[in-house]
Design a binder for this molecule. Structure first.
Ligand SMILES: Cc1cc2nc3c(=O)[nH]c(=O)nc-3n(C[C@H](O)[C@H](O)[C@H](O)COP(=O)(O)OP(=O)(O)OC[C@H]3O[C@@H](n4cnc5c(N)ncnc54)[C@H](O)[C@@H]3O)c2cc1C
Length: 266
């Protein structure tokens, strides 16, 4: 709802005639995004009809600046569709990141995991159906109670309406590689879906926010050190006696230093 033009009109209210130099639409939008003047970007809205597993919706609804209306499991029969991860989506618990996946499984382990998950989903849905279905002498359990046997992989549906600024914030956080893979897929899909609707705003957002980088004070200082001298970062690390010692000296944790090196390939 709305377009780049609505964002531009809203911005012109605050800039009036005094800012001819940024008054071209594309330039004005890029100025807004790069200076975090975000309120004009709230003037466009997106309304989505989404179907997602309950465990993803639980992450999605942490974004508080939206209006939503969800399928009612009190009123209606729960769907018999479950998210059934297969292939590369299945991996072992990561040993370095408590909130992530590690090694891929071999074929037979993968098959066992798929079967075990599948059986659990099928058993749960069968129990749900038995509970809600009336039979002789049994009136059927209230749907609002029967649904409690359903796993969080069950699909739900919702309408989701959010202004463009806050939706882009959601995409930034949830398309990020640190987010769970399944929500990344939703965030990517929404990103691609809305891109043609707000081409100038999303182009600017991609340039300044999505592909932009935020740096801590320590990272900025490290970047300066690298740019102002001819020495490779590894030389400084070696001189300090190793990564741990170098990180300590720069007021960083080892994890922060490694993340910096990984990000900038230095
Ligand atoms: C990778 C990842 C891992 C996460 N892990 C967990 C977890 O383990 N457990 C968990 O509980 N959550 C977790 N979260 C959720 C996270 O803590 C945030 O709640 C969620 O990402 C919403 O972010 P937000 O508040 O910026 O966004 P929104 O709720 O969409 O808010 C948008 C912006 O509005 C403003 N705003 C909204 N509400 C308020 C308020 N009450 N006061 C002040 N400003 C407000 C803020 O500027 C905010 O950035 C995780 C999120 C990510 C991306």
């Amino acid at each position: 709802m709305g377009s780049d033009a609505d964002i531009v009109s809203a911005a012109r209210v605050s800039y009036g005639d005094g800012t001819k130099s940024v008054s071209q639409d594309r330039g004005l939008i890029r100025y807004l995004v790069s200076h975090r003047h975000t309120s004009p970007i709230e003037m466009a809205e997106v309304k989505l009809h989404i179907k997602m597993p309950i465990f993803i919706m639980r992450q999605w609804v942490r974004h508080r600046t939206a209006s939503l209306n969800e399928y009612s499991g009190r009123y209606s029969i729960m769907s018999d569709e479950f998210y059934r991860p297969t292939g590369e989506a299945l991996a072992a618990q990561s040993v370095i990141n408590n909130q992530g996946r590690g090694e891929q499984f071999d074929d037979s382990t993968q098959e066992w995991v798929e079967d075990t998950m599948g059986e659990a989903f099928d058993d749960a849905y069968e129990a749900y159906q038995r509970l809600v279905t009336p039979s002789e002498g049994y009136p059927g359990l209230a749907r609002e109670l029967a649904r409690t046997v359903m796993p969080v992989s069950n699909y739900t549906e919702l309408y989701w309406k959010q202004d463009l600024h806050n939706l882009l914030h959601l995409i930034k956080l949830r398309r990020d590689s640190h987010a769970q893979k399944e929500i990344q897929a939703y965030a990517e899909a929404v990103h691609m879906l809305i891109k043609p609707l707000f081409p100038l705003t999303i182009e600017a957002w991609e340039d300044y926010v999505w592909y932009g980088h935020h740096m801590s004070r320590m990272e900025g200082e490290l970047m300066q050190l690298i740019l102002q001298t001819d020495m490779a970062l590894q030389t400084y690390v070696d001189r300090a006696g190793g990564e741990k010692e170098f990180a300590e000296r720069r007021g960083m944790s080892l994890r922060e230093l490694r993340a910096f090196r990984e990000r900038w390939k230095v």
